[in-house]
Design a binder for this molecule. Structure first.
Ligand SMILES: *Cc1c(COP(=O)(O)O)cnc(C)c1O
Length: 293
């Protein structure tokens, strides 16, 4: 697949003498966040190989992963079941509405049940209810996902720094594993206080050319403030690149903030991976009256 990389042009980059590029894996599909496409790729092959006809996975009501799974299941001839955390609302939000249109069967569980989603008791209850299925963990994160995300960065991505938004860390881990040791990888966590994150990434990577920057999660997962929303809208107006408010907006805000604080040496080049997430803006706009792109 040919993925477009765009150079950003803005005054601060000239002033600080750094180059910033965006790898647009968000453009792979309107409803499949780019990194979720890579995370699901080898899971779909594994499910096919083992002759499953149903995929089952977990997620919140606005989950990029839930929607991505429904679309890819549909395109590849699988049935899909989404176990959704929380109460069913009478009006489906834009994410779940689309997932349903793509044929996903939605099943709601309360937060306590959701917590126990990895237990064999909960899973065998699901198998009794739905029949056999190929299980994809929350966020799609497993070893097949890691194999897929190690294909995001290739040899042509030779910038000095690679930046990526982080949830479970599987996307970042794939990027670390496929990077050159001369490159510096920076992850921007979207979740606050996820203590095991660093250890989990260390557990599946072989290099130490990376770090997590926790300064730009804006209070926590899916939290926003007017500064972030304005930033996303201004960035879209000036660069014609839409960002989402949960992952990529926070990462890009962080990168530009670090540039303005001289974090990156003069002459260095930075690649930001645009993982997608844009489907989520619709739900944010509906809930909070934002006008995100
Ligand atoms: C899920 C997601 C992430 C985080 O990916 P992980 O592999 O869980 O770290 C980042 N960006 C977007 C847009 C996502 O949907």
């Amino acid at each position: 697949m040919k993925i477009k990389t765009q150079e950003i042009s803005t005054g601060i980059l000239d002033e600080k003498e750094v180059q910033l590029f965006v790898k647009r894996i968000d453009l792979i599909h309107e409803f499949i966040s780019g990194n979720k496409w890579y995370k699901l790729k080898y899971n779909l092959l594994e499910a096919k190989k083992n002759l499953f006809n149903t995929l089952l996975t977990f997620g919140g009501a606005y989950s990029n992963h839930i929607l991505a799974t429904s679309v890819l299941a549909n395109e590849n001839g699988f049935k899909s079941i989404g176990i959704i955390r929380g109460e069913r609302c009478s009006d489906l939000n834009p994410t779940l509405k689309l997932a349903k249109e793509y044929g996903m069967q939605l099943h709601y569980v309360n937060r306590n049940e959701y917590q126990s989603k990895k237990t064999s008791k909960f899973l065998s209850a699901l198998r009794n209810k739905f029949g056999d299925f190929y299980l994809i963990p929350e966020g799609g994160s497993n070893k097949f996902a890691l194999k897929g995300t190690s294909e995001i960065i290739t040899k042509i991505d030779s910038q000095d720094y690679i930046c990526c938004s982080v949830g479970t860390g599987t996307t970042l881990a794939g990027i670390i594993n496929s990077s050159s040791i001369k490159q510096n990888i920076i992850g921007f966590p979207a979740i606050k206080g996820y203590k095991e994150l660093k250890k989990e990434i260390q557990g599946v990577t072989t290099k130490s050319n990376w770090l997590l920057n926790n300064d730009f999660c804006f209070g926590g997962y899916a939290k926003t403030n007017p500064l972030l929303i304005n930033f996303i809208n201004t960035f879209n107006k000036n660069q014609l690149i839409p960002l989402d408010a949960i992952y990529t907006g926070k990462m890009m805000f962080g990168i530009l903030e670090l540039i303005s604080k001289d974090y990156f040496p003069k002459g260095s080049s930075i690649l930001a991976v645009h993982t997608g997430g844009l489907q989520g803006n619709k739900g944010m706009n509906q809930r909070f009256g934002f006008s995100l792109p």
